[in-house]
Design a protein around this ligand. Structure first.
Ligand code: FAD
Length: 512
């Protein structure tokens, strides 16, 4: 039995069904996919957007191969663009489009080759770590010492695993904008300062630079729903049964067999299972089993989806908007700006200049737009805002959402030659094609605890007290986590789904 039909639940279902097990997936929503789905959010408009998660890095090719998924990703030609005003002039940093162009862009912005060389050295280091750490994610958990030996680079280990990432960033880079671009990978879905001694920012950074053994973030062809659809097909073809509109409300177990009580719109029933894999969050697991809940999680991001009739022109005329928006477009993400935004939010107010990043899916993969929209030059835009923790929304989610959206778009507008609102398409009712989700919206819609996109704070990818052999174990031997809340969970990876399936198959192998 699998509680939750998010992409990880589907990965577990597909592996177990292919191994000949009898599998039932209970999903409370009307569709599977959880935070990895595509939808048409704008009435009467043929644009199928990745509604929540949008880029893929952490999904091992092994899972795609093992499950025979009909799913592809496409690399982005541009890694990032960060606009900035220097000496009263609009300019920016474009990373990507070839080594020569990137080197020139760094030199133009910073006045010398120094930052570019530091960049190369720093990301050569993370690249080496990626090659060594990424393959371990689908193996039984290494101990800390084993992983350290595998990394086999004491400087890299200290930089990424032991000291706040802010130290390394300040040591390697001197330009505030360059420092900010590096730091953002440590802050996606993670509310932390660059120097937080508990290192949640380092764990976030690590997961952002090891994916696929390279750290590249690719575009899922057809949108994130294409992945979930391929997974659901693989699970069904192997015999798994998918029950949507079925909410698990209780799990009772004696450690050998379990009973799961579920509710539909009009019934409540009980199903028995030898193993229960929980794709829902650790918080939800505690509710289901009646166990002590874990430390509350909290998300801190704003997610905005937009459909544009055209890409906006930039104030920095040296860059083509088709290049600037093809990669990650950083806004108000200078190093000092990030520190200020964090301090403001930690003190209980919305950041005055909310940091965010934007990317345009349709430039790399137009298949998510109907042919009419492609012909007219429409483009999608996804914005992911940082440093706005759930606690800032609790007193009035609707009005804080509106205020934050306004100030976030104002930060974008500051770098555009025309306001973004002039470029928004309208839906069949004449409303602008834009939707925004706060952490509280995500908690209500998807049951992400506190709106945390990773279900809980990310964990180190090595064994710690009580993490078990695969990092999916709970205190009940036949109840396992198979979602983002497992060790090495978080992100669109399928890793916890794979690992929970391996743990079950190992147990059954040992038992038979
Ligand atoms: C806005 C946003 C942007 C993101 N961007 C990216 C990105 O670009 N790239 C990336 O790699 N990651 C991204 N992430 C993170 C990533 O999407 C998640 O970490 C990942 O999708 C989690 O997958 P999951 O299958 O473990 O859990 P979920 O997707 O959360 O699925 C859990 C499922 O369990 C169901 N469920 C819960 N309780 C019950 C119950 N009692 N009974 C039955 N069903 C239940 C839920 O309805 C849900 O379908 C983003 C997340 C968000 C929210």
């Amino acid at each position: 039995m699998i509680v939750g039909g998010g992409h990880n639940g589907l990965v577990a279902a597909a592996y177990l069904a292919r191994a000949g097990r009898s599998v039932l997936v209970l999903e409370r929503l009307a569709t599977t996919g959880g935070a990895a789905v595509s939808t048409r959010p704008f009435a009467g408009v043929d644009a199928r957007l990745s509604r929540y998660s949008y880029l893929v890095s952490l999904l091992p090719r092994k899972i795609v191969r093992d499950l025979g998924l009909d799913f592809r990703v496409r690399g982005r030609t541009i890694s990032s663009y960060t606009p900035v005003e220097r000496d009263g002039r609009p300019t920016g940093l474009l990373v990507g489009g070839g080594e020569r162009r990137t080197r020139e862009a760094f030199a133009r912005l910073t006045g010398s080759d120094r930052e570019y060389q530091a960049w190369q050295r720093f990301y050569d280091m993370t690249g080496r770590v990626a090659q060594r750490v990424f393959p371990t994610l689908t193996e039984p958990l290494p101990t800390r010492d084993e992983l350290r030996a595998r990394v086999d680079d004491e400087d890299a280990w200290r930089t990424l695993f032991e000291e706040p990432i802010g130290l390394a960033i300040e040591e390697h880079f001197s330009d505030d904008l360059v420092r900010g671009v590096v730091l953002t990978d440590a802050l996606i879905g993670t509310f932390a300062d660059a120097h937080d001694p508990a290192l949640p920012q380092n764990r976030c950074f690590l997961y952002h630079v090891i994916g696929g053994g390279t750290g590249a973030w690719d575009v899922p062809v057809g949108g994130m729903g294409a992945l979930t659809d391929a997974l659901a097909t693989a699970a069904r073809d192997a015999g798994a049964v998918m029950a949507t509109g079925h909410e698990a409300v209780r799990i009772e177990t004696d450690g050998r067999t379990a009973e799961v009580t579920y509710r539909t719109a009009d019934t409540e029933s009980v199903v028995a299972a030898r193993h229960v894999l929980v794709n829902a969050s650790p918080q939800e697991l505690a509710v289901l089993t009646g166990d002590e809940p874990p430390t509350p999680a909290e998300g801190a991001q704003l997610k905005v989806n937009m459909l544009l009739t055209r890409l906006p022109a930039l104030r920095d005329t040296s860059v083509d908007p088709r290049h600037a928006f093809a990669g990650t477009f950083h806004i108000a993400e200078g190093y000092e700006q990030l520190a200020t935004a964090y301090a403001e939010a930690a003190a209980g107010t919305l950041p005055a200049a909310p940091p965010s990043e934007i990317y345009c899916h349709s430039l790399t993969d137009p298949t998510i737009l109907g042919p009419g929209l492609v012909e007219q030059g429409f483009q999608t835009l996804t914005l992911f805002g940082l440093h706005t923790p759930a606690r800032l929304f609790t007193h009035d989610n609707d009005s804080v959402r509106e205020e934050l959206l306004k100030s976030t778009l104002a930060q974008l507008d500051a770098h555009l030659a025309e306001p973004i609102s002039d470029c928004l398409a309208t839906d069949a009712e004449g409303r602008p094609c834009i939707e925004a989700r706060t952490p509280l919206d995500l908690e209500r819609g998807l049951r992400l605890p506190g709106g945390n996109i990773f279900h809980r704070e990310l964990s180190w990818p090595y064994a710690q007290d009580g993490t078990g052999r695969w990092g999916v174990e709970t205190r009940h031997p036949n109840v396992l986590l198979c979602g983002a809340g497992a060790v090495r969970g978080g992100g669109v990876s399928g890793v916890p789904g794979h690992n929970a399936a391996m743990a079950v198959l190992e147990t059954l192998g040992a038992a038979s």
